[in-house]
Design a protein around this ligand. Sequence first.
Ligand SMILES: [Zn+2]
Length: 239
Amino acid sequence: MTLKESEELLLAARAAKVERCIVIGTDRETSAEAQQVAQTHEGVWATAGIHPHEAEHGTDGILELLDQPFVAAVGECGLDYFYDHSPRNEQRSVFAEHIGWAHELDQTLVVHTRQAWDDTFAILDSEGIPPRTVFHCFTGGVAEAQEALSRGVSLSFSGIVTFPNAENVREAAAACPLDQMLVETDAPFLTPVPYRGKPNAPANVVFVGQKLAETKRLPVADIAEATWNNASKLYRLDD
Ligand SMILES: [Zn+2]
């Protein structure tokens, strides 16, 4: 994505009253780009990490980026046994390396996990769970949510909560305390209802918040306030 394209998305986000964004890195190149966007735009922070899909290419260059200004988290990193784009043993070792960095640098950890719950929890338990850990784009049900929440992990909900067939994820959201809840878009993927079929954009996080409010039978403002405060704390955005 060019800087101009990111600028347009950020303008649209602000028009929808989305004032802060985290731009996710998934390999060395996108992590460096995310840091650039963060450095040049107010209200934007970046992550730096290797997505499990890219694990086989190694982790060169990420540690240096984690030191750069406006990099608010290590990740996204984790395990994806649904696509298996990288061999599982490499996914596991790269994930463990990221957890180690989160500890060493006292950084937040952003975890991607898909159809790999047992190994995800096993690796987190053996490496030690960083005090600020987020499961991004949470796809589990109540059981997986409880496993995560009891370990102090926060759950970030995406447009999936608006999908008709995602009752399990809505049940997880209903069970998630407000102080461990976050919202995200995972743009350009997972466009929420009512815009499914179109590319996703940060402005659409509003629909995720609305659905969570409906699911938890709370005013939208309560979800907005809680997720704003949680993001501030987890990513240390006010520092
Ligand atoms: Zn992901």
